[in-house]
Ligand binder design. Sequence first.
Ligand SMILES: [Zn+2]
Ligand SMILES: [Zn+2]
Length: 91
Amino acid sequence: MQRKRYTRQQVKKHIDGECFVCKENKYELLDAHRIIEGGTYDYRNVVILCASCHRRVHCGEIKFDKKYNSTNGLLLHWWLSDREYWTPVLT
Ligand SMILES: [Zn+2]
Ligand SMILES: [Zn+2]
């Protein structure tokens, strides 16, 4: 299976349409955060975030591990203030 690659602008249009953390959905506020900094804008490496949640990621309050395949589809493993979450993500 070929994995689709996106540019930063495309990824904003194709993946989710809202902030992963707080569900903000104003397009102008959303940005694509790469889990592996400097990595590709591959859907597995990208999380859509609003400006304020994005700031919380870069100050370490929110931490992302990576996306895992499970029987229920793709799950993102992450922490918010040291609480652990496994959240299904759309691809
Ligand atoms: Zn947000
Ligand atoms: Zn970022």
